[in-house]
Design a protein around this ligand. Structure first.
Ligand code: SF4
Length: 350
């Protein structure tokens, strides 16, 4: 999970209905086979909590989230490595698919780097498929994963052929020194029928926050390279920051954008899509493996002990978090966030 998990894949089969606006991430464990090789792993660098909730508790929290499906766009199993907890993944998949279409989140996706996990488990999911699976294919010099990165892509494609996922996306991080190698990855995807290729800036810690390493000129160069590769996937995306998008598209087009959405999307004339995180609060909830309920802002803060939405103790915490998210959206974030103390008092009073 090298990049932020927010830039999820949407396919024609999982377009959200009206009101499904929240992105939810669930950390199903704190394990990954590459922990010792990925020096730049986002999750290693944020050094999140050390305790991990029992699988039954994570399942309980996720089940309650699924019940809030009318508001949820993406239900994402984001790690640390979903296929390290395959029974939990299967239980969640079954729960998602046994919930009526009109009441569950619009899509159910996962981020993975596990060749063996995908090979073994994805073909066993044709009756409870993922909407999408995103795999990381990174380059030398990125500080991420050793070995042949295309093995994970091949495993994902075989799993898609077997019906275990509707779509496959590839995520590749970039920084100034790896641009040419990243473009080579893009070239290598041609003809593989990938649903989305997303390049995103490598994030590293600066002053206690995970921060993009890409300058404006590096981002422009990445976009230029991507514009020659728009045919390598159904959609080619460069993840960036809102001020950069504003500078690139000009004030006229900027003025027409709706910023109160979970993700800002702009397509350039070349066909390349630019994605950026919304500045508006109320669109993101991440359940960390230790139960911290994180906002989008929390997720870039290093060594955070407790989330803005508190710590998960029972399913009512999910209800309270969804209430807070709704209030934040309605109020544009102003004074909407309750303190943990207010949340706990509110729960006792209820
Ligand atoms: S594969 Fe992903 S989650 Fe695992 S250690 Fe590497 S960056 Fe982190």
């Amino acid at each position: 999970m090298a990049a932020l998990a927010e830039m999820s894949l949407e396919t024609a089969s999982c377009l959200p209905r009206k009101g499904q606006v929240v992105l939810t991430n669930i950390e199903t464990n704190n394990r990954c086979a590459y922990t010792n090789t990925c020096t730049n792993c986002y999750l290693n660098l944020v050094q999140s909590g050390t305790v991990t909730l029992p699988e039954d508790t994570i399942f309980e929290a996720t089940t309650r989230l699924i019940k809030h499906g009318a508001e949820i766009n993406h239900l994402v199993l984001s790690g640390k490595e979903p296929f390290e907890s395959p029974e939990l993944l299967m239980r969640i998949a079954h729960q998602y698919h046994s919930t009526p279409f009109g009441r569950r989140p619009a899509s159910f996706g996962a981020l993975s780097a596990s060749v063996s996990g995908i090979n073994h488990w994805l073909p066993r999911m044709p009756s409870t498929p993922l909407s999408w699976l995103a795999v990381s294919v990174d380059v030398d010099g990125s500080g991420l994963r050793a070995g042949d990165p295309f093995r994970v892509l091949n495993a994902a494609m075989k799993g898609r052929d077997a019906g275990g996922t509707e779509a496959v996306a590839v995520n590749t991080t970039f920084q100034e020194s790896t641009l040419e190698a990243v473009a080579f990855v893009g070239e290598s995807l041609r003809g593989k029928s990938i649903d989305q290729w997303t390049t995103s800036p490598l994030m590293l810690p600066v002053d206690g926050r995970m921060t993009s390493t890409a300058t404006y000129s590096t981002t422009c160069r990445m976009i230029e390279l991507a514009s020659r590769l728009v045919d390598v996937a159904s959609r080619v995306v460069v993840e960036t920051e809102l001020p950069f998008i504003r500078r690139m598209i000009g004030e006229d087009r900027w003025g027409k954008l709706d910023l109160h959405v979970w993700r800002i999307e702009v397509q350039l004339e070349s066909g390349v899509w630019l994605f950026a995180r919304s500045p508006a609060p109320g669109f993101f909830l991440r359940i960390r493996h230790d139960g911290a309920l994180l906002s989008k802002e929390d997720f870039v803060n290093i060594n955070l002990k407790i989330g803005s939405y508190g710590m998960y103790t029972d399913p009512t915490d999910i209800d309270l978090s969804m209430d807070q998210l709704r209030q934040e959206r309605e109020m544009g974030g102003t004074h909407a966030r309750l303190s943990t103390h207010e949340r706990i008092s509110g729960r006792r009073a209820a």
